[in-house]
Design a protein around this ligand. Structure first.
Ligand code: AMP
Length: 422
């Protein structure tokens, strides 16, 4: 099926062609028709599925008819990066429509946003905090919003934004179309959806498992062996763009610094940077000036850099869902990608949970004879915890000792692979 079937306005269709999209992704196939009909939609879809265009295209179509010059669509997103990307996607897909969108988020001058909104604007893409600022100052008029989109709702919940979101919704007309997208469905999001959506069409794409096109690989490592392992992998792997995740801002900074000193083209992205520096880092990573970006989870969602070939979890994410979101940065739109995760002794429990999610797709790659991991018989399937701890002495992490530390395998195709489950 092609995009023609949706009978979109020719100006929008031209935007689709300019983006090089030839056929709709599954979420687009399922979402666009009901959104065009004006139905509420609850979309359970992970990142990288083409979800942005799935709501942007029918919104543009709706706005082609009717009045211009006031805010008719509001898209609320958890991070500045996602807001900016969605705003850019609207600009690209709607380039010929003359519809105008403005992005609103903190960390940048509020007055310039106020000025932009004084112009004629039909679409606002906003993060909750700054949007509430504008609402409280009376510098934004949401009284004629027809479509409300809550994107990555579970991430907004994780970030503590749900009370803000509910306040925002009170400023939007109750007669509206509401679209809610989320990669996972925790109870609070289900409740939010029940409260806000009217008789929604439920769409589920690929559950919450990480994207199919990504291969997953765990490396046993000791905390102090991580940077050496990272450099080994970077040196010996064919990569395009590499996104490395750390748990803390300071570690993102220090890992980036160490890689920089070793001569890699690297940048970092974390919450301690000004918005301008974040944008510079992101732009540089996107256009290939930097081959590597070291980031905290702030970058885990929404960042759309299509060339990312590898995601490396220098630190294990906090939850299986966070893993899904990080890994969603690679293998986007049917490209393939690799996900490497460093597993220390402290990460065993989560590693076992991930093993259950990833199943066959997970490989364990030992680094020159170092072995990890308890056999699956020792994993309590109910609790996900490993055995009684007596056998944990068998687990060895890279580097076992300084003397045994040798480079990683020559290439991954020659890797000494063994299944986690065996
Ligand atoms: P998203 O999940 O919205 O972040 O989209 C992931 C990536 O897929 C973005 O780079 C989009 O430009 C791209 N994309 C979206 N829809 C399509 C499509 N129908 N065909 C090819 N690429 C697409």
């Amino acid at each position: 099926m092609s995009f023609e079937k949706f009978e979109l306005n020719e100006k929008i269709f031209a935007g689709i062609q300019e983006q090089g999209y030839t056929k709709p992704t599954p979420i687009q196939l399922q979402s666009i028709p009901p959104i065009l009909e004006g139905r509420d939609v609850m979309g359970l879809a992970q990142t990288g599925t083409g979800k942005t265009a799935a709501f942007v295209l029918p919104i543009l179509q709706r706005l082609m008819q009717g009045p211009r010059g006031h805010v008719r669509a509001l898209i609320v997103a958890p991070t500045r990066e996602l807001a900016e990307q969605t705003h850019e996607a609207i600009g690209e897909l709607g380039r010929r429509t003359q519809l105008k969108s403005v992005s609103i988020y903190g960390g940048v001058n509020i007055n310039s946003q106020i000025n932009k909104m004084r112009g004629k604007v039909e679409i606002i893409v906003a993060c909750p905090g700054r949007l509430l600022d504008h609402i409280n100052r009376g510098t934004i008029d949401l009284s004629r919003v027809e479509v409300l989109v809550l994107d990555e709702a579970d991430h907004m919940f994780d970030m503590g934004f749900l009370p803000d979101v509910r306040r925002i919704v009170k400023n939007v007309p109750t007669q509206r179309q509401t679209l809610l997208f989320s990669a996972t469905m925790p109870d609070d999001i289900r409740k939010l959806a029940n409260d806000l959506l009217k008789n929604p069409v439920n769409i589920k794409i690929g559950g919450t498992a990480p994207v199919e096109s990504v291969s997953h690989c765990f490396y046993p490592v000791q905390m102090d062996g991580k940077t050496a392992l990272l450099k080994d992998l970077l040196d010996k792997t064919q990569t395009e763009s590499v996104l490395i995740f750390t748990r803390t801002k300071s570690r993102a900074k220090s890992v980036a610094l160490q890689l920089d000193r070793s001569g890699y083209k690297v940048t970092s992205l974390h919450g301690n940077l000004t918005q301008q520096k974040r944008q510079v880092a992101l732009d540089g990573f996107r256009d290939g000036r930097y081959e590597i970006m070291v980031a905290t989870d702030i970058a885990a969602r929404g960042i759309d850099v299509t060339r990312i070939s590898h995601v490396i979890n220098y630190d294990m994410p906090a939850t299986a869902d966070a893993y899904t979101h990080r890994i969603g940065r690679t293998g986007r739109a049917a490209k393939t990608g690799d996900a490497f995760t460093f597993v220390t002794g402290q990460d065993i429990d989560l590693a076992h949970s991930l093993k259950r999610v990833l199943g066959e797709k997970l490989e364990y790659r030992s680094v020159d004879g170092l072995t990890i991991i308890l056999p699956s018989s020792q994993v309590n399937e109910r609790t996900g915890r490993s055995g009684n701890g007596r056998n944990q002495g068998r687990t060895q992490f890279y580097p076992k000792t300084q003397s045994s530390r040798r480079p990683a395998q020559r290439s991954f195709t020659q890797a000494n692979r063994s299944s986690w489950a065996q």
